[in-house]
Design a protein around this ligand. Structure first.
Ligand SMILES: Nc1ncnc2c1ncn2[C@@H]1O[C@H](COP(=O)(O)OP(=O)(O)OP(=O)(O)O)[C@@H](O)[C@H]1O
Length: 231
């Protein structure tokens, strides 16, 4: 599903990612972890086609990112959804409209669209808020709208950047359940987090740890303390 080899990315002269290589198979659940500034967001943005490959090679959901033309990026995004740290919901549009957009642009028939959106809103506990403008929701609720919008298209690969960042422990656990449910239905998940509780919540998950843009380890880190991992 994702194969990256010697991937590096620089903002100007400063390397945000350096020589990162790993692969995950369809159906895997991967945590991307590491301290603030480690390069997690940069890597997710590359996998979603919002930053170009500068060095190395990346293959995502069957797309060779090195040679992918800009005009073909929407095709990649039919298979790869992302939940950004800052949600990017449309504040004046309703919850329903924010989630429906992703299906409207795919030309889905109205009744099928309505059923699909309602089912996803229900699974995220947002059904009662579907007619409210997103700008009137709490941060945690907006986060769930962003997740609903990402999963409503049934992506092959779901990328999430610190999705539990704004939530208390109870809501984080509920949200992780949502990711687990989609994963159980076959979606491959990459979730960036530096929250240790989140990392421990999914014992079967693979882990890639970044620090200052470099890969400092993978699954073997599971048994180590946060200090040992540099978190
Ligand atoms: N648009 C940008 N312009 C310049 N430098 C950037 C930009 N975005 C990120 N960087 C730099 O790239 C490095 C990696 O940042 P990135 O956001 O990928 O880290 P992160 O692991 O996601 O951090 P956090 O956990 O705080 O979100 C940092 O040094 C950051 O300052």
């Amino acid at each position: 599903m994702v194969e990256i080899e010697h991937l590096s990315y620089a903002f100007g002269r400063s390397w945000a990612l350096q020589d990162v290589s790993f692969r995950i198979d369809p159906g895997d659940f991967l945590f991307l972890t590491g301290p603030s500034g480690a390069g997690k967001t940069t890597l997710l943005r590359m996998l979603h086609g919002s930053l170009p490959v500068q060095r190395g090679r990346a293959r995502v959901a069957g797309f060779e990112l090195n040679t992918l033309k800009r005009r073909h990026i929407p095709k990649l995004r039919r298979h790869v959804s992302v939940v950004f740290q800052d949600f990017k919901v449309l504040p004046r549009r309703t919850v329903f409209a924010n989630v429906a957009i992703a299906l409207e642009v795919r030309g889905m028939q109205r009744e099928q669209l309505r059923r699909r959106v309602r089912a996803v809103l229900r699974s995220l506990g947002l059904e009662a808020k579907q007619h409210r403008p997103c700008g009137e929701l709490s941060g945690g609720e907006q986060q769930r709208v962003a997740i609903a919008r990402a999963v409503v298209v049934n992506p092959d690969l779901l990328l999430a950047d610190e999705p539990t960042g704004n939530l208390d422990a109870r809501l984080s656990a509920r949200l992780l359940d949502v990711f687990r449910r989609f994963h159980a239905h076959g979606t491959t998940v990459i979730l960036a987090t530096h929250n240790r509780q989140v990392l421990e919540s999914e014992p079967q998950a693979k882990i890639v740890c970044l620090k200052e843009g470099k890969m400092v380890g993978d699954n073997f880190l599971k048994g180590q303390s946060e200090a040992e991992q540099g978190l």
